[in-house]
Design a protein around this ligand. Structure first.
Ligand code: NDP
Length: 311
């Protein structure tokens, strides 16, 4: 099967590297070109595709992402309605994300930022400490990654609340909430908020003033979903007023984050460059091979998302 590599931000051939050789007997990889048509291409791997990218492929059946999120592919105007969009599900990525989130949740609980400041000023002073059980953590998104993060934080002793679109059973002591009324009820109890939602029309701008104001005063935000979930000015205002005590931001509406952006130098914000967790290249390759096999057999590829839902 012929598969095109389509990205305006990444050298996908270099990214896939030696993995290409491992499935070369089943999948012929071709680089995307902007001119002409390629009727033999039935599959594509894409990351931030150019707007007109898929016009070139009249018989394209599925587009594979190279990550858990597919928002950058769905946003492409030339993606026709019938084309399946496939995401990568990688347990190792969920584990890595869990460590990243735990780092920031514990950093807030144990007041690491204050200790760093004290070290800078050579101040030897113990701070009063709080137990994990006194710091409720809520997770927006209880999917493949959110479930792993919730289980690990619960294991560490934090009261964990989770929120999804549809009702989902959560193993006690984790408590599940869903829908708009569930969100409001959950936020009333929330000190640390972890955003692990996909970016959709429904979730864009969800991290806003109204949401921050419902949280416990002095709360903390761990933002690892997508930059467009956050209203930047509302976060700055919540930090200014003390409604939030800090935020760890890994994703931004414009990446790389512009040098002049106020987040860079804000004393209560930790910035990381969209690096919370990566999928393994092997997982991307396995997803691609499974998609090729499914298409060849006339079936729906595994991990094809619901295009109507947007995730
Ligand atoms: P999943 O699709 O497995 O899970 C998504 C979860 O979000 C589900 O629980 C879903 O609810 C919930 N959800 C979706 N829409 C809504 C809504 N409108 N209201 C309430 N809940 C909603 O995704 P993953 O766990 O694999 O990944 C989540 C996201 O994490 C990715 O889309 C990406 O944005 C981000 N990510 C960031 C990375 C980084 O490095 N910063 C790395 C990897 C992922 P339901 O269960 O009812 O369907």
């Amino acid at each position: 099967m012929r598969c095109a590599l389509v990205s305006r931000t990444l050298d996908l051939r270099g990214y896939l590297g030696a993995e290409i050789g491992r499935f070369a007997d089943r999948i012929e990889i071709v680089d995307h070109r902007s001119d002409g048509k390629d009727a033999d291409v039935r599959l594509a791997v894409a990351w931030h595709p150019p707007d007109d990218a898929f016009e070139r492929y009249p018989n394209l059946q599925a587009v594979c992402s190279i990550g858990a999120g597919v928002d950058n592919i769905i946003a492409c105007p030339s993606l026709r309605p019938g084309i399946e969009v496939v995401r990568v599900v990688d347990p190792a990525q969920a584990q890595m994300m869990s460590g990243f989130v735990a780092w920031h949740v514990i950093g807030h609980q144990r007041r690491f930022a204050t200790y760093l400041g004290q070290q800078r000023d050579r101040i030897w002073q113990r701070l009063s400490q709080r137990h994990a059980q006194d710091v409720p953590v809520a997770i927006l998104g209880y999917g493949e990654i959110g479930q792993r993060v919730a289980a690990d934080l619960s294991q560490l002793g934090f009261p964990v609340l989770v929120w999804s679109r549809t009702a989902k059973p959560a193993p006690p002591p984790i408590r599940g909430f869903h829908g708009p009324s569930g969100l409001a009820a959950m936020l009333d109890e929330t000190e640390v908020l972890v955003n692990l939602l996909p970016l959709t029309q429904e979730t864009e701008g969800i991290l806003n003033r109204e949401l921050f104001n419902r949280m416990r005063r002095g709360g903390y935000l761990v933002q690892v979903g997508r930059g467009e979930h956050l209203v930047d000015e509302d976060l700055l205002a919540a930090l200014e007023s003390g409604q939030l005590d800090g935020a760890a931001l890994d994703v931004f509406a414009t990446e790389p984050l512009a040098p002049a952006h106020p987040f860079w130098r804000h004393p209560k914000i930790v910035v990381t460059p969209h690096d919370a967790s990566d999928v393994r290249i092997e997982a991307v390759a396995a997803t691609l091979v499974a998609a090729a096999d499914a298409i060849g057999a006339g079936q729906r590829p595994p991990y094809a998302i619901d295009r109507n839902r947007g995730y």
